[in-house]
Design a protein around this ligand. Structure first.
Ligand code: NAD
Length: 334
């Protein structure tokens, strides 16, 4: 089966080359560009395409894929907000994903953002290398006995609850579908307003869907404790970035750690160090000393990559066989 792989990095190629075997009967062609209305013609002559978080398959792209005879979109990630599932269904195109590859990797990165923002190890590293051994400006706080709010307690949210309760924080949780494991771990489900009002740290682990889009905005930030730490390793669209800037300027937000950004597809996963960045909101955000941005790397551990590659190759073989696994099939989820 011929597969067009979009947004391919050197790491993706290395991973596939490590795990692809001739018996699988999969022939991969790699493209470094994102899938978009402009690049979709590259999919001509392929039976399936393989995409990542910043590839966009809207209704127009899906119509073209259908005309080219593409029968499946295989995602190398868990979230599928970048694919128009309804349009795919209309055109009988299967969407397959990797629902869980290492929830621990993402939860551990959320912790890394919290710890770095709090204890300022990124600044200390540079200071010490510079021969500056002063502590002024590096003051942190004990996480022990602070209150953390975890919004969304699916796979990654639960791992975040495990880590935070393990560190001795009180953990409040909110999810329309509460999970027993959270209470077993010592977390406590509360209303979203209670979580906002009582948490010193808030970590987002919800999918980007119409109900969660811009859920962190001027109104919701006003319900939070002044100086709150906000962590987002889920999707940039959960936060209204312009409102975050106002919140940071007023001090309502004391710390912001984000691994995702709403307009990240114009920036992340590429080297723009020699260019002028035209995104003024992003540029303003990075000027704050209490903002830490990583470029969508929460998933990026060797264990997670091996799981993503193995599941993606398994999904492609299922497409070839014409029988997909329900738990990885977006259409089966309804
Ligand atoms: P999941 O489907 O296991 O869990 C999502 C949870 O959110 C579910 O329990 C669901 O009930 C809950 N939820 C839905 N709507 C909600 C709402 N309005 N308020 C509160 N909770 C709500 O997903 P997951 O595997 O834990 O992943 C969470 C998100 O993390 C993904 O959707 C993806 O966007 C993101 N992610 C980011 C990275 C990264 O590298 N930064 C990697 C993997 C996943």
């Amino acid at each position: 089966m011929k597969v067009a792989c979009f947004s391919t990095t050197k790491t993706d190629k290395r991973q596939f080359e490590k795990m692809l075997t001739p018996e699988m009967g999969i022939e991969m062609d790699y493209f470094d560009v994102h899938l978009s209305p402009k690049t979709v013609p590259l999919a001509q002559g392929f039976e399936a395409i393989c995409v990542f978080v910043n590839d966009h398959a809207d209704a127009g792209v899906i119509e073209k894929l259908s005309q080219y005879g593409v029968s499946a979109i295989v995602l190398r990630c868990a979230g599928f907000n970048n694919v128009d599932a309804k349009a795919a269904e209309r055109h009988n195109i299967e969407i397959l994903r990797v629902p869980a590859y290492s929830p621990q990797a993402v939860a551990e990165h959320a912790l890394a953002l919290m710890m770095t923002l709090n204890r300022k190890t990124h600044k200390a590293y540079n200071r010490v290398r510079d021969g500056n051994f002063t502590l002024e400006g590096l003051l942190g706080f004990d996480l022990f006995e602070k209150t953390a709010g975890v919004i969304g307690t699916g796979r990654i949210g639960q791992e975040t609850v495990r880590i935070l309760t393990g560190l001795g924080l009180k953990v409040l949780a909110y999810d329309p579908y509460p999970n027993e494991r959270v209470t077993e771990l010592g977390g406590q489900y509360v209303s979203l307003d209670q979580l906002y009002a009582q948490s010193d740290i808030i970590s987002l682990h919800v999918p980007l869907i119409p109900q969660t889009e811009h859920m962190i905005n001027r109104e919701t930030m006003a319900k939070m404790k002044p100086g709150v730490m906000l962590i987002n390793t889920s999707r940039g669209g959960l936060m209204q970035a312009k409102d975050l800037i106002d919140g940071l300027k007023s001090g309502q937000i004391g710390y912001l750690g984000i691994d995702v950004y709403e307009q990240e597809d114009n920036l992340f996963f590429e080297d723009h160090s020699e260019e002028i960045i035209h995104d003024d909101v992003f540029e303003r955000l990075i000027t704050f000393p209490n903002v830490l941005i990583t470029a969508h790397q929460a998933f990026f551990t060797q264990e997670a990559l091996d799981n993503i590659t193995a599941t993606t190759l398994d999904n492609l073989q299922d497409v070839k066989r014409g029988s997909v696994k329900a738990e990885r099939c977006v259409r089966c989820e309804g």
